[in-house]
Design a binder for this molecule. Structure first.
Ligand code: DX5
Ligand code: ZN
Length: 220
């Protein structure tokens, strides 16, 4: 299964309703929450995300680039986000937090920055519904894909297969027509794309094209 999740970080924030309507064929809308502490950029919080939830034609995939996710992440699950992903580097107790998110009814996701190892996740892979391997340093859209993150993705994909896990493997950052096949071949099944979708004249056509390329490149 190949999923394309456009990131509204690349959308026009003051025309959000119209921007959301442009990506109605997406699988999820990727919502980047940044607190200017975990990353050097600031976007929006629960109040804005609640309005996006009420307006979006597709379910929400919330990516929290924030400190103290224990305090804030459950609120995003409670407002109805389909998935809530917090950063491993920011969490004091990732397993307990994932269980809380699942208890509220959201898919629980854990994200790792490009230089964070993933081996520690292997034993607890079942605690998560998705693992997000950042393919840029988190904080900004429009950066270049980092191919050096692919060995880590392969390790995760191999481990998931070995364990018969159904965990989704997501990539985020610099994903576009020239890079998505690399990530798909390494084992990703869920692709976040900001500028490649919202920068296109026809976002739905861009989504379709990304999906085709990823399907063609997938390992199986
Ligand atoms: C970066 C964000 C990404 C960003 C991706 O910190 O997590 O979701 O929007 O943007 P592009 O696809 O433009 O690299
Ligand atoms: Zn993101």
């Amino acid at each position: 299964m190949t999923r394309i999740n456009p990131s509204i970080l690349a959308a026009d924030f003051v025309n959000m309703q119209a921007e959301l309507a442009r990506i109605a064929t997406a699988d999820f809308v990727h919502v980047d929450v940044m607190d200017n502490h975990f990353v050097p950029n600031l976007t929006f919080g629960p109040q804005m995300v609640e309005r996006i939830q009420a307006t979006s034609p597709v379910p929400l995939d919330v990516h929290l680039m924030i400190e103290d996710p224990e305090r804030w992440a459950p609120g995003y699950a409670e407002l109805g986000a389909a998935s809530v992903t917090f950063h491993l580097e920011a969490s004091a107790d990732p397993i307990s937090l994932a269980r809380r998110l699942r208890g509220i009814g959201a898919r629980a996701g854990v994200a790792v920055k490009p230089s964070t190892p993933v081996e520690g996740l292997f034993e607890v892979l079942d605690e998560f519904d998705q693992v997000l391997v950042m393919t840029v340093e988190p904080g900004f859209g429009g950066q270049s894909f980092m191919p050096q993150t692919m060995p880590k993705l392969r390790l995760l994909a191999d481990e998931a297969r070995r364990r018969g896990s159904s965990v989704w493997l997501q990539v985020d950052g610099g994903i576009g027509e020239s890079t998505i096949a690399i990530a798909a071949e390494a084992g990703a099944d869920t692709f976040v794309a900001g500028s490649a979708v919202f920068g296109a004249s026809d976002p739905d056509a861009a989504i379709a094209s990304l999906r085709d390329i990823a399907r063609g490149a997938h390992r199986h």
